[in-house]
Design a protein around this ligand. Structure first.
Ligand SMILES: Nc1ncnc2c1ncn2[C@@H]1O[C@H](COP(=O)(O)OP(=O)(O)OP(=O)(O)O)[C@@H](O)[C@H]1O
Length: 458
């Protein structure tokens, strides 16, 4: 594995997506730079590609567990699969041991596929029910023509024991096992070729809580014994807190915060991380912050917002100076109106809506004036703000929702709508967060979130 003597020096300090917390003696197993994975629309409905991973940079260090967290659909699995070479790369690079994974072929590709493995969330669908456990674990050895038959057999028995199963399990079938045992089989199979790096894709999400702890312990023991490096994908933040040395927080195809687990959990820097951690019941985060509820769902990765990917839901969004005095309730109504219009304009629409749109049918739901009456009931608008909302509504009434969105953005938008923030180093450990509020002249995301939440609504 390559030695990273001067981590991050290939990029401007503070701009590097890689975590510069590494030291000279840390080996880098995988180097991800500006990685993009977009899925083109292959159907008859030509449209924008799905930007599943949209410009991600980080290093994975030897022997560590890097946690990857974020809401469903933010691109975690795609990122893991692309790193392993199971998906083609749209742009950017993944390097392992100085080799560009995307361009590997022949022997080099086989070597990488041996060195890097994946454990899947659902052992039910990832294990072939017509094969015995012994055959399942032996399959990668056969595929890679690993030594002779007796050695393979011996290796399988060794792996069975290593993951806490018994010899007699060799001849059984997956359906004869519990969920936890099946996951042990999946782990044994992933270990067969003595990999150095394993992507664990939600490896315990499908298991009962008591079983989860045992599998996590097993993974930790194996890491210790075999010197493994893990990319641990999960939506369960308490599991990640337990197992990960560092954590990368993903939102809409981007890594928005990356740092040591204890620092991220004790003092989240990015507004998305702040809200994610605050939402955990009986919060495991150490902050005593009130719950930060995000409006709606993330935008569609087919049509991410301009500027910061988190802008449409950000509780710390920069607001234009001329409207700084508008009360919180007014901003809530304005942001909600923006979301509704964005939704109607085609952003975040699913297949049915796109089909309707392609046939020239209306996709708007509900009369815009009724929606506005609901949203702005009891809300105070200044004359300027009122005029700007009226302008936007003129477009919306004509069915020109995209123009309505643009009009609102022009008046009430800010730097957050214009610039995609680069990663800022936010503490001595080298943690990075992609929020414009880390620049000079702005209050920090945490300050703003706390202030806005505690401010009484009008
Ligand atoms: N083969 C594909 N073709 C088209 N779109 C895809 C494909 N695979 C994933 N996507 C889309 O890419 C986006 C990211 O999906 P991905 O599965 O990577 O997210 P995730 O964070 O792992 O979600 P989950 O936790 O639900 O598995 C989603 O919008 C998904 O629908």
């Amino acid at each position: 594995m390559s030695r990273s003597d001067e981590p991050g020096t290939n990029e401007e300090p503070g701009r590097s997506g890689a975590n510069p917390a590494s030291t000279d003696d840390v080996e880098t197993v995988v180097e991800v730079r500006d990685l993009k994975k977009h899925y083109e629309d292959e159907g008859f409905l030509t449209g924008d590609p799905v930007r599943a991973v949209d410009g991600v940079s980080f290093d994975v260090y030897e022997g560590e567990t890097l946690g990857l967290v974020g809401e469903s659909g933010c691109g975690k699995t795609t990122l893991g699969r692309t790193i392993l070479g199971l998906e083609s790369v749209t742009a950017g690079s993944v390097s392992a041991d100085g080799r560009d994974v995307a361009s590997l072929s022949g022997t080099e590709l086989r070597e990488w596929q041996r060195d890097a493995q994946m454990v899947f969330q659902d052992p039910d669908s990832s294990l072939n029910d017509r094969m015995t456990v012994g055959e399942i674990i032996r399959e990668p050895l056969d595929a890679h023509d690993w030594r002779g038959r007796p050695e393979r057999r011996e290796r399988v028995f060794d792996l069975i024991e290593r993951v806490g199963l018994n010899e007699e399990h060799y001849y059984r079938y997956p359906h004869q096992f519990s969920g936890g045992q099946r996951q042990r089989v999946g782990i044994a199979r992933a270990l067969a070729l003595e990999p150095e790096f394993i992507v664990l894709d939600e490896p315990v999400s499908a298991l009962d809580v008591s079983v989860q702890a045992r599998i996590i312990n097993l993974l930790e023991e194996l890491q210790e014994e075999l010197g493994l490096t893990y990319l641990f994908i999960a939506h369960d933040l308490s599991v990640v807190r337990h197992i990960a040395d560092r954590v990368a927080v993903m939102y809409l195809g981007n890594v928005v915060e990356l740092g040591r687990t204890e620092e991220v959990y004790a003092d989240p820097a990015h507004p998305y991380t702040i809200s994610l951690l605050s939402a955990i019941p009986g919060s495991i985060a150490e902050t005593d912050r009130e719950r930060v509820v995000l409006r709606g769902a993330p935008p569609s990765p087919r049509d991410p917002p301009r500027g910061c990917p988190f802008v449409t839901r950000c509780p710390a969004k920069v607001r234009p100076d001329e409207f700084a005095d508008l009360p919180e309730g007014t901003w809530n109504a304005l942001d909600a109106l923006h979301s509704v219009l964005r939704e109607r304009s085609g952003s975040g629409t699913g297949l049915t809506e796109r089909l309707k749109r392609s046939l020239g049918l209306s996709v708007g739901d509900g009369d815009i004036d009724e929606i506005v009456d609901d949203l702005f009931a009891g809300v105070t608008l200044t004359d300027d703000a009122d005029a700007a909302v009226e302008d936007a509504l003129e477009f919306a009434r004509e069915g020109e929702d995209a123009e309505a969105v643009a009009a609102l953005r022009d008046t009430f938008g800010s730097v957050c709508n214009r610039e995609h923030p680069h990663p800022h180093v936010v503490d001595d450990s080298g943690r990075t967060s992609r929020c414009v509020r880390h620049e000079e002249g702005y209050d920090s995301p945490a300050e703003v979130v706390d202030r806005r939440l505690s401010r009484p609504r009008d």
